[in-house]
Design a protein around this ligand. Sequence first.
Ligand SMILES: [Zn+2]
Length: 610
Amino acid sequence: MNDFSLATREPRPKPQQSSIAKRDERKDVDGWGATVFTDGVISLSSEVEDSSDNGAGLMLPQGSEQEIDTNVELTLTINTGTKKFTRKAIVRWVDNSGGDIRFGVQYVENIDLTPETHQLNVEEIRVDPAVAMRIPAAIAVRRKILPFVEINGVVHVACCDTKNATVLNSIERMLKAPICTWEVDSKKLETLLKEVYGNDAGQLALPMSAQDKKKKEDDNKGNEAVDLAEDLLYAAFVRQASDIHVDPTAKGARIRFRVDGELETYQEIKVDSYVELSSRLKVIAGLDIAEKRAPQDGRFSHQFSGGNQQVDIRAATIPTKYGERLTMRLLGAQSDDLTLDRLGFIEYHQQMIEQFLNRIQGMMVLTGPTGSGKTTTLYVAMTKLLRSRSVNIMTVEDPIEYEIVGAAQCEIDSNSDKISFNSALRSILRHDPDVVMVGEIRDKETADIAIKAALTGHMVLSTLHTNSAVATITRMVDMGVAPYLVAAALRVVIAQRLLRRLCGYCRISRPLTELEAISLERADLVGELIYEPAGCVYCGDKGYKGRIGLYELLEIRTEWAKAVSEGARESDLLAMMEADGIQSLLDDGVSKLLNGDTSYSEVLQIASSW
Ligand SMILES: [Zn+2]
């Protein structure tokens, strides 16, 4: 539901009447569009004329063949230019008198997520650190109160006692926004509070709020940059961001996080703060702070004060028009609970991978663009191997993204020639490995050594930058590796992509339209139920939470090996794939769409990249 009634707690700060009246207030809007999905399978493009928290007024231009009737239920995806959201709605009035069709809809509850009816599972929420930082850490921890997300101007707060009006009123004053309180399990909340604010319960811990900072500023003015950097790294860690971008602008800098593959703005800072922050970050990354006109890169482990969490970060700088841009990649944030199942592999694919992992020799290659999660899949495979067999696993990587207990991991040094992919790989083979993982095959030399290793009693795991499984085969041949060697060594090729996973709490169903079915090359699926993102307390109002993998898995069996060694071209191999009924990336995307795991717009990215 869009609106979280303010009537969640007594005493109320404002009379209920006024807030209801405010919700119904209709404002004219400009440039908003909507896609209207009716009960059939037709979608209509419509203009939004006015909007309130409870509904919208829409207009279909003259000549629309579709009839709109009152009391019909619709699904609307409204695009405001900056935001997209989906609602179920009922048509309340229709006006055909002016030629155009005007109609008004009232949103109906799709999900019943209010504190009165829903017990919030605090383990499944995603904390927005910018919201959590709006109250002092000490107070949050002592009072067991966690503001975790702001939706439509209302801050949602998890706490153990929703009846303590004095405390909640003071929290509301600190947040300067109406709050919606959720009573949650005390033990679980304590755990989460420790994760968010650090381990020193009650003491001043991270991240610090504005008040804390002010106090500390007076105490010790020089430490501002330290705090800024620490807060930034911690916020990114809590938000489970994969990257931090610090982009200098004319006025200062814009700081963004990449979360689930999408960039989101975290903060805009002034020039002074930017200068201090960038120097501080360069110091901790071990870069030369005097050098501002050449790109640099470095790597560091950062231990957060106030807790025992630690994060490994790779940092890079590049001079841009307004100053140095900094990009930091947070490595291996959540490697503990990774399994093939969690990555989104279907059972059949899991079995094929497990079969490969039982072999003694041969090569498995993962392929996909940067950020498609292929390295993660390799880590999962290695972890699985280590659990099931006593093997010597050695890796050569750039960079080491996750630490694997029990494997010997080497990192190549891009700043010197001493250790490169092929030189490291050559040395590794003298250390009697059973399994060799090569982070990426970039040239013929590396490909040659890897293939030879796979043919001489080693299991070789690697990745390659191509778009599909069959393209991997032709790419290796193009690199100059003899086709018969590729055919003999390569056993499994997996093409991979990551799509955003729909939040299971708030997704909204609608039928797949004819046009959409055709875009997916599956006209037979018209009218099938699919889901759209909506937004709720669990997903931080984003509609998506986490990501899911799509896979195309090719096993090189006898007839395939024969074709490859005879120099089959990509088109021949694609035809073989179709004849063998092997699922393509798009097929896997469509099945995950129908399963409600992801949305049409996410899957369309795969379809259009072909
Ligand atoms: Zn949600």
